[in-house]
Design a protein around this ligand. Structure first.
Ligand SMILES: *Cc1c(COP(=O)(O)O)cnc(C)c1O
Length: 423
């Protein structure tokens, strides 16, 4: 990415720089995430208020739930306005604000709102922006909790949902053109790491006045910045890469202040309030985000290449591989391809269950984005919630395993997969 990128480039240009030659997994060092400093620096300093000297290196945790007023006049002013930071913590909290400021800068957004979980973020967006009679376009493949909104909850509240295969850009664009209030996107998405063309969708949505929302959890702002591609709202499960240690649940919404104000009204009614200490833990985790994502990108690429060449493997789904059907598209909107991939091993459900049980370095657990590498037998995870037909529709084969690479040695991860496949 060019060195001379101007301060406003992130907001004014819908295009990412042309540099996507990131076969090694991608480097965050070239990305200008805040408009004036690289992401590596933003994660360390980006929570500080510009122009304010604060001698404390470690941020404080504001545990107070309520704030006192000196007199009636001050009290009358405390609850007014949007997202007061010193009134009552469900409305806002200075520790939330600090963490939100850093994430907004990383995503190149105007403002951010912390929530109690990734689903708290998704739910706040949908509650804040939608009403009965609205039409929504969503993908056929979403995180399970989001899917529940589209199949169950929104229809119950009189919102019509049209679900479209995210890889079919023409179908997505056409569905948005039929007058959608909101389009929900998620890229890459589980389990086949399918990619949504964010630029094309953003352009179509601008023409029809549709608000676009992208779940950027798998990519992280280090690898992909949807707002710079013209998307209106970004949501994250901060439980994953942003926190990075499998020790907190949190979510975040990033957008323009005007949109965020409407979403915030949904959040305070929903009550998806992040605990102040978890906001602080998240800020602590964010300090190493750039280092962790760089390593996870490299590990996933290495693991993907190893598995791709292994005779015990039927297929590997990773957008960084040339064999991924949307690799060319991924290259135009991602700087690195993330730490998550999925693999279909040669064998049936029982063989796959044995393979996952034999893994020693990959821990057998759900979730992703933490320092530890995790493996999940996808069909076993959804058994009981999806029937065979729904599993097939969601692309979940009985021999599919999701691997979320952590920050261990890539060599050790490959050796672990090798021994499990050999046995
Ligand atoms: C985990 C996840 C969520 C939900 O986040 P929680 O923090 O568990 O509520 C949403 N979207 C994606 C892509 C996720 O991986």
């Amino acid at each position: 990415m060019p060195e001379d990128r101007s301060k406003s480039a992130v907001h004014s240009s819908p295009e990412l720089p042309a540099n996507h030659d990131n076969e090694g997994g991608g480097s965050s060092r070239e990305a200008d995430h805040s408009g004036f400093e690289s992401a590596d620096t933003v994660v360390v300093h980006g929570d500080r208020e510009a122009g304010v000297f604060d001698p404390e290196l470690a941020p404080p945790v504001h545990m107070s739930v309520t704030w006192s007023a000196r007199d009636a006049g001050e009290f009358a002013g405390m609850a007014t306005g949007v997202r007061p930071q010193r009134f009552y913590t469900r409305y806002g909290n200075p520790t939330h604000e600090r963490t939100a400021r850093l994430i907004a800068r990383l995503e190149g957004g105007e403002s951010a709102l912390m929530t109690a979980s990734g689903m708290g973020a998704v739910s706040s967006v949908l509650l804040g922006l939608l009403g009965a009679g609205n039409r929504v376009v969503a993908q056929t493949s979403h995180y399970m909790g989001s899917t529940q909104w589209f199949t169950e909850l929104l229809p119950r509240f009189g919102v019509q949902v049209e679900r479209v295969d995210q890889a079919d850009t023409a179908a997505l664009v056409a569905a948005i053109g039929r007058g959608a209030k909101l389009a929900m996107l998620e890229t890459p998405s589980n389990p086949t790491m399918a990619i949504t063309d964010l630029r094309a969708v953003a352009e179509a949505a601008r023409a029809s006045g549709t608000i676009t929302v992208a779940d950027n959890t798998f990519a992280t702002p280090l690898n992909q910045q949807p707002l710079a591609l013209g998307i209106d709202v970004v949501v994250h499960s901060a439980t994953k890469y942003l926190g990075g240690h499998h020790d907190l649940i949190a979510g975040v919404v990033v957008s323009r202040a005007e949109i965020l104000e409407r979403i915030w009204r949904g959040t305070i009614a929903l009550g998806a309030t992040l605990g102040a200490f978890d906001a602080w833990l998240l800020l602590r985790g964010l300090r190493t985000l750039a280092l962790r994502v760089e390593r996870a990108n490299d590990n996933a690429m290495r693991v993907a290449r190893f598995l791709d060449a292994h005779p015990g493997v039927e297929a590997v789904h990773y957008p960084g591989l040339e064999s991924h059907p949307q690799h060319a598209l991924a290259r135009t909107q991602m700087r690195g391809y993330g730490g998550v991939l999925s693999v279909r091993i040669v064998g049936n459900y029982a063989d796959t269950a044995r393979f996952v049980s034999r893994l020693r370095r990959f821990t057998h657990a759900v979730s992703l984005g933490g320092v530890e590498s995790l493996a999940v037998h996808a069909a076993a995870m959804v058994a009981g919630t999806l029937d065979d037909e729904q599993m097939r529709a969601a692309g979940i084969a009985p021999n599919l395993v999701r691997l979320a690479c952590g920050i261990e040695s890539g060599e050790d991860l490959v050796a672990d997969l090798d021994q499990a496949l050999r046995a």
